[in-house]
Design a protein around this ligand. Structure first.
Ligand code: FMN
Length: 121
């Protein structure tokens, strides 16, 4: 999505008085995994390859929402640092799917520890 599109989405979320927004989901793009033997598989790509684009989408939405409603940051959180990065980009909460499958509940505990100091700022 382009910056103007993020602005349109943010304005729609505000005008329809949405309680929150989850940014983002999986992607059909294969950017960054072109060389993988699985690159041609159909379906949504999740996990580490979507991390940076997801964080950029959170930051873009945050620029336009300016705290009007909470952003739930999701996409490519496989380390505690990744969860903190989403909060720093403007998310109020984080969601973990693929990372949870591979790392298990430890990732939740570690992510809480990484996020806590940021929330106290
Ligand atoms: C197997 C699988 C099933 C999913 N099912 C849903 C779903 O039913 N609804 C939804 O909104 N997102 C669904 N997602 C997307 C995840 O909620 C999440 O947005 C995405 O996987 C990116 O986060 P991650 O990198 O932590 O996996 C699914 C993802 C995976 C891998």
């Amino acid at each position: 999505m382009e910056e103007e599109e993020f602005e349109l989405v943010a304005n729609a979320l505000k005008s329809y008085e949405m309680d929150g927004v989850i940014a983002t989901n999986t992607t059909l793009s294969r950017e960054g995994v072109e060389d993988s033997v699985y690159a041609q598989e159909s379906g949504g790509l999740s996990g580490a390859p979507v991390r940076n684009r997801s964080t950029a989408a959170i930051a873009a939405l945050h620029r336009h929402l300016k705290g009007a409603l909470p952003i739930i940051g999701v996409g490519g959180i496989t380390e505690p640092f990744d969860a903190a990065e989403k909060i720093e980009a403007g998310a109020s909460l984080v969601q973990i799917y693929s990372g949870f499958i591979y790392r298990g509940p430890t990732l939740i505990h570690e992510s809480v520890k990484a996020i806590e100091p940021l929330l106290k700022k």
